[in-house]
Design a protein around this ligand. Structure first.
Ligand code: MGD
Ligand code: MGD
Ligand code: MO
Length: 786
């Protein structure tokens, strides 16, 4: 049996991997990472798992009937075909759609994390390919922090600059006395960093802050959203009421005259308007601590006391990204910035405000520059776009107009969906609505290594090599470690890389040279490395040549601290150092946003009731606020069939965390199988109890592969515990149109029926021709464009 070992890099860290017979048998940390993430263990046994896709496959109904809307996506069996047949089918269909409907009818947004690796990066591959053949409708912004991406430029100007210059953990340890963490600082999230993390340091920096005597206050529904070592105190606020609490803190500082008069008057615009809103001059409601206490369920005295402490010392407000993955999520960030502007620490080392401190490994650990070259995505030939999480809206409402950041846009009429390196049947909200929308296009093409929920809803599936089965190199966002990725296993016979598939399709469509520029995959990897060397050389950083780099396996690029902390120069001299906002200052009132006239996003931070929360009438029917948090044991849906992910479940099902009181009220105990449900859907999950979770809140991590009891049926019970059958699919507001995954009420009850077995990690029914059940290819599809 062939044995190999080598180095790999992933979004959850770098590892030394050993394989036998092209299966992973051992995963170890590298010497450079003193604290490797256990998520790496999910590789063990994953490559040759029965869930592996080994041959191209076509949905039976598509093969029989040809392209067109269908009610059977998710329900049909698949017919395995040869690689050449699959390439001919897909090339023919791309050609038909672009010829008859124009390239705008191809949706290639293809959102998703894919794998680490600069060259084989799935997004770059698919976008380059689709641009090479005439373009596609794309998506903008992210599921992670869409609201922030759109609203921050209106408030503080250039977002990249802001993120880059927010104070970092080392400065927090040195200067900060008090950290008020809205949404906490969950440790599970810092295992991960997009594109790679050479050494896990974030948790160590957090601990160093605690050792230095920094005091932490977690404001949020979950006490264990911070590590025990931080000895944080906990204010268990009702989910989605942070804005009310922030406004009341701001009201306290205003009424008690404890606010930073200089900063709000000279470095901000709109403070007078905000102050009038706080006092109740605009809507007749003063935003007093008493007012807020009724909304957020934090005691009035605790709100007042926290506000006073915030202003009395060098303080830092941190906001998790989750706080804007909610209805009106723009407002949480705006209110947080307004409070920080008043609190006196803005523009001072270790002070002010920062986002995502514990949402991603490299947020505020290193400087954020990235030297790594990327695969060029070629010229964008089609201007059409949607905000990423409006996908169901787009598919259901072709031609309809929608608002986005001050402009009116139009949804295109999509005929072909092409998805590579992402999983909407993991990431999107209200999967039953998505399933309905997903039946509308003519054709869905997917590249996947595994038969997950994404592959099971495609018309044509190309099996692809994983990152362990190809050569590449990695450099994560804001990470100093350049890591060689070795090919440690050979993909199953006939399984190739995304690049090889796209190269073959491009050749069939007359764009072969444009896509490949005459390079093989490994020549591209070398080329991108050499471009990275050049970028670094221009910054006086010497990197080894490519062959030496591959031999040593990894190299650390020295990082430099950026300039002064955010808003330091603004504080010093606002007219000499303006921000890139229209006023040059922090906009506590934005004429631009106000000018858009959006009822769901006024031009200043204010409390707007979310569509669903514990204070809404719907809570009488669905009295638990569901937080579908990031999973501890995997990244999203990736390697859900791996050992660590499966050990995190109970009886193969995802666990839902409840407060013991909520469980007792429903006669539930630890380990009970429950049905979690609301007006949109239902799933099964296993109860786990925790005093660390506030009463009225349920936590169900994302990522269990969607596993409907009746495949293809809208509203079917998900057997596995995927929270997105329950979540709400609306935009944050007309401004950002971001996803609102955390805005969701549910009820939980004991499941009394016979528990249906979980089949998420099993392949669908596969028919291999010649077989009487596999029909002849539809004549219209016989056409080859070669
Ligand atoms: N309810 C709820 N939903 C959420 C969230 C939430 O908080 N709550 N969070 C959201 C957030 S922040 C995000 S970022 C999204 C994440 O959503 P996604 O990024 O879509 O999730 P992943 O599971 O990482 O999907 C990556 C897919 O790419 C495949 N893949 C990996 N490498 C390759 C490759 O080289 N080639 C190809 N062809 N495929 C590859 C994997 O098998 C996997 O299916 O989820 C969002 N969804
Ligand atoms: N292990 C692991 N780490 C990951 C990921 C993963 O899949 N696995 N995904 C990565 C990705 S793509 C992203 S974008 C980040 C996301 O990072 P985050 O957005 O920070 O992560 P979440 O788990 O969604 O939420 C963090 C915490 O916010 C709290 N919270 C939720 N709603 C509210 C609220 O209304 N108010 C308050 N005060 N608190 C609230 C919840 O208790 C939750 O534990 O994580 C990254 N890190
Ligand atoms: Mo994300």
């Amino acid at each position: 049996m062939g044995r190999r070992s080598g180095r790999t890099a992933s979004h959850w860290g770098s590892y030394l991997v050993r394989t036998e017979g092209d299966e992973v048998v051992e995963v170890r940390g590298t010497g450079q990472d003193a604290d490797p993430s256990p998520i790496g263990r999910n590789y063990v046994g994953a490559l040759r798992h029965p869930a592996r896709i080994r041959r191209p496959a076509v949905r039976l109904g598509w093969l029989r009937d040809g392209p067109g809307p269908s009610g059977d996506r998710g329900a049909d069996p698949y017919v395995e075909i040869s690689h050449d047949e699959a390439l001919d089918l897909v090339a023919g269909e791309l050609d038909r759609v672009r010829g008859r409907h124009g390239n705008e009818a191809i949706f290639g947004g293809s959102y998703g994390w894919g794998s680490a690796g600069r060259f084989h990066h799935a997004q770059s591959q698919v976008h380059r390919f689709l641009n090479a053949i005439g373009g596609y409708t794309r998506s903008v912004n992210t599921y992670s922090h869409a609201a922030e991406e759109v609203v921050l430029p209106h408030i503080v100007g250039n977002r990249e600059w802001f993120l880059r210059s927010v104070t970092r953990w080392p400065e927090v340890a040195e200067h900060t006395r008090l950290v008020v963490a809205f949404g906490g600082l969950p440790r599970r999230s810092v295992q991960v960093n997009p594109g790679g993390v050479g050494a896990h340091l974030n948790a160590r920096w957090q601990d160093a802050c605690a050792e230095a005597g920094v005091e932490f206050v977690v404001v949020g529904p979950s006490r264990d959203d911070s590590a025990a070592a931080l000895r944080a105190s906990w204010l268990p606020l009702r989910p989605h009421t942070d804005v009310a609490m922030m406004l009341a803190m701001a009201h306290t500082l205003l009424e008690e005259g404890r606010y930073d008069r200089y900063f709000v008057q000279h470095c901000c615009v709109g403070f007078e308007h905000f102050a009038r809103y706080l006092r109740g001059d605009i809507d007749g409601i003063a935003k007093t601590p008493r007012w807020a206490a009724r909304i957020c369920d934090v005691a009035e005295a605790a709100i007042v006391e926290l506000a006073r402490r915030l202003a009395a010392t060098r303080s830092l407000i941190t906001l998790t990204w989750s706080l804007q993955r909610q209805h009106h999520g723009e407002m949480t960030y705006w209110a947080g910035i307004a409070l920080a502007a008043m609190a006196g620490s803005m523009g001072r080392p270790g002070g002010g405000i920062g986002t995502g401190f514990s949402s991603m490994h490299n947020a505020h650990v290193h400087d954020r520059f990235s030297a790594a070259a990327a695969l060029p995505q070629l010229e964008r030939a089609v201007p059409t776009f949607i905000p990423v999480s409006r996908i169901s809206d787009m598919l259901l409402n072709p031609g309809q107009s929608f608002d986005y950041n001050g402009a009116t846009q139009r949804y295109p009429d999509i005929k072909l969906v092409y998805w590579v390196g992402g999983n909407p049947f993991h990431h999107h909200q209200d999967l039953n609505r998505l399933l309905t929308a997903w039946q509308r296009p003519d054709t869905v093409v997917v590249h996947e290594p595994f038969w997950n929920s994404m592959a099971k809803h495609a018309d044509i599936v190309f099996p692809v090599a994983t990152s362990l089965e190809r050569e590449d190199f990695a450099l994560g966002v804001g990470d100093p470690w350049l890591t060689a990725m070795d090919q440690v296993a050979t993909a199953p016979e006939g399984v190739v890389t995304d690049y090889e598939i796209f190269s073959a399709l491009a050749r069939r469509l007359g764009a072969g040279d444009r896509f490949t520029e005459g390079r093989t995959a490994n020549q591209w990897v070398r080329e991108l490395y050499e471009r990275t060397v050049e970028t670094c050389a221009a910054m006086d950083i010497a990197l080894p040549d490519y062959d030496t780099f591959r031999t040593i396996g990894g190299v650390e690029i020295p990082m430099r601290w950026a300039g002064p902390v955010a808003f330091a120069t603004l504080r010093q001299d606002p007219s000499a150092h303006p921000l890139t906002t229209p006023s040059g200052k922090i906009e506590l009132f934005s004429d631009t946003v106000a000018g858009f006239g959006y009822d769901d996003c006024p031009g200043y931070p204010c409390w707007l009731e979310p569509a669903e929360w514990l204070g809404s009438p719907l809570a009488a029917r669905y009295p638990l606020h569901l937080l579908s948090v990031q999973p501890d044991t995997r990244l999203h849906s990736q390697f859900d069939h791996g050992p660590l992910s499966r050990e995190g479940k109970a009886g193969e099902r995802e666990q839902i965390r409840l407060n013991p009181k909520d469980a007792a009220d429903r006669g539930l105990g630890e380990g009970d199988l429950v049905r979690v449900f609301n007006q949109r859907g239902a799933c099964l999950a296993v109860v786990t109890l925790s005093e660390g979770l506030r009463v009225g809140v349920a936590q169900l991590p994302t990522g269990a592969w969607y596993d409907p009891a009746c495949p293809g049926e809208v509203g079917s019970l998900d057997k596995h515990g995927n929270p997105n059958v329950l979540t709400l699919d609306i935009g944050t507001s007309k401004l950002a149109q971001g996803p609102v995954a955390h805005t969701c009420l549910v009820e939980v009850e004991l499941f009394t029926g016979a528990p249906p077995p979980v089949t998420a990690h099993e392949p669908p029914i596969l028919l291999s021709p010649p077989s009487p059940a596999a029909p002849a290819v539809h004549p219209a599809l016989r056409r080859s464009t070669r």
